[in-house]
Design a protein around this ligand. Structure first.
Ligand SMILES: CC(C)(COP(=O)(O)OP(=O)(O)OC[C@H]1O[C@@H](n2cnc3c(N)ncnc32)[C@H](O)[C@@H]1OP(=O)(O)O)[C@@H](O)C(=O)NCCC(=O)NCCS
Length: 171
């Protein structure tokens, strides 16, 4: 199976924060942002895998700044690395007023998706990611450590087998 470039599936989604999207403080409700991040990341993963996908994991997400009613958010999703049947997607969120002035970074997160076969609904092999830029290569290399960490946290990997994480503590 031929590898695919990050740019082949890059996905950018914009939304204006409407009254229905907010919490009682008139800022975007966290759950609505997570939903939009999942949609943007899922479209990106689906384009990369050329098939239906399912979300299997969302890494730590922190909400650094409130996003006020009437602002416009931009959600950018990029594949970082594919494993066997799964692919990791980096999602970055920024926001600004309608004039586009003073854009601010608000969130980022890593999502993991599994390519799903149309008929059996079972995981299916996905294409490799071919990193080209320095940033893409940096995220590609670091993806193995993030994978070990999420496998450890989800109980799919034992601490003694987390080889990539051990290198973090070696001098
Ligand atoms: C996706 C699903 C079909 C995978 O089935 P499974 O029996 O777990 O299949 P596998 O054990 O072969 O795992 C499939 C891939 O997911 C990865 N995976 C599973 N759990 C994971 C986790 N917590 N974090 C990261 N990757 C994970 C595995 O490493 C494997 O990837 P790889 O082949 O690249 O190594 C099944 O877990 C499922 O249906 N989950 C629910 C998905 C869903 O409904 N998402 C929306 C949630 S609201």
């Amino acid at each position: 199976m031929q590898g695919k470039k990050v740019s082949d599936s890059e996905t950018i989604m914009t939304e204006m924060i409407m009254p229905n999207d907010t919490n009682p403080l008139h800022n975007l409700m966290g759950g609505n942002l997570l939903r939009w991040m999942d949609i943007a990341a899922g479209i990106c993963a689906g384009k990369h895998c050329n098939t239906h996908i399912a979300t299997v994991s969302v890494d730590h997400v922190s909400f650094k700044k409130p996003i006020p009613l009437g602002n416009v958010i931009t959600i950018k999703a990029l594949v970082t690395r594919a494993f066997n049947t799964s692919v990791e997607v980096y999602v970055e969120v920024s926001f600004s007023d309608i004039k586009g002035q003073n854009p601010k970074h608000s969130n980022d997160a890593y999502f993991t998706f599994v390519g799903i076969d149309d008929i059996s609904h079972r995981p299916l092999k996905v294409p490799e990611v071919v990193p080209i830029t320095m940033e893409e290569k940096r995220r590609y290399d670091a993806a193995l450590k993030r994978r070990d960490l999420r496998m450890l946290m989800s109980g799919r990997l034992k601490a003694k087998d987390a080889k990539e994480l051990k290198t973090l503590f070696e001098v």
